[in-house]
Design a protein around this ligand. Sequence first.
Ligand code: BYC
Length: 329
Amino acid sequence: MYTQGLDQKSPKKERSRTVEPEARLAAFQATVDAEEKIEPKDWMPEAYRRTLVRQISQHAHSEIIGMQPEGNWLTRAPSLKRKAILIAKVQDEAGHGHYLYSAAETLGTSRDEMFADLISGKAKYSSIFNYPTLTWADIGAIGWLVDGAAIMNQVPLCRCSYGPYARAMVRICKEESFHQRQGFDIMVALSKGTAEQKAMAQDALNRWWWPSLMMFGPSDNESKHSAQSMAWKIKRFSNDELRQKFVDVTVPQAEFLGLKVPDDDLVLDEESGHYQFGKIDWQEFMDVLAGNGPCNRQRIEVRRKAQDDGAWVRDAARAHAAKQSAKAA
Ligand code: BYC
């Protein structure tokens, strides 16, 4: 479904001779403004293509790297039921990664190139997955906060102007909603549990709150891509708008759990109905993006090893495909 654009001439070759006349750009923008989808074989400005490859591949990498902090608890989940649910969730993340890589491939970038960029550190993935999962409550906090933030960010992407990305996001968002509910369910169980369990839930909230706010990206005045991405209807809301929506929805949930959001400046502004929150430590965000978060090196190393260990499977699949096509010929 997503590979229909791959029988075109290589976009890379076209790139160097692409002239983008005003009329074509205007027609493209008119299509976007009319809320029509851009499909792989449609003409698109080169910068639009590059922006999508950057964002979709970063998104795919986040799903794949995001399996690691959660996978860390698969063997230690507190019951068979919790274990089965967590396995299903981690498998979903793998599926999301695959849909997204497929969507990015329709833009003429191969999966091998994207993997290489992840392992070399050229491509980013979400900052959130560079933090460790120290206790079982972290699995609850990831589902509740990280998937909660992901849903806030990703539901608008179902209306993204690029068809394959928008369609992939529909199923992803449905599954993310289930993930968010399972995380909240863990937090409810712990919050209603023993004093020790409640303390564990509070500790997880303390450690995951601020990194979750950072997931939405730099504040609007620092976000270099937002304006153009919004004009192209790739993004529908700015980073700060989405962050605010997340805080407004999540603070009452923390109150329901009887937990304290670790922000002394958090206050409900009765007039606007929005929560005002404290300053985000953007230096920490920049450090994580620069590769110096608590787990950056470990995450990439695990990914690199998985890539190397899987080489024989790819070789076998290629050999099988060659044999089949030789037979057919
Ligand atoms: N982490 O101009 P900006 C998930 C980068 S959820 C790392 O605002 P843009 C999951 C940004 O790439 C997570 N890097 O950029 C959940 C750019 O760098 P480059 C994944 C970040 O693109 C649960 C620079 O900072 N979700 O998958 O307009 C379980 C300037 O930023 C971050 C998505 O990827 C960050 N937090 O907006 C399992 C959703 N924030 O490329 C899995 C799709 C910013 O110029 N992505 N940067 O070197 C988006 O919506 C947007 O790309 C962002 C950033 C909101 C993340």
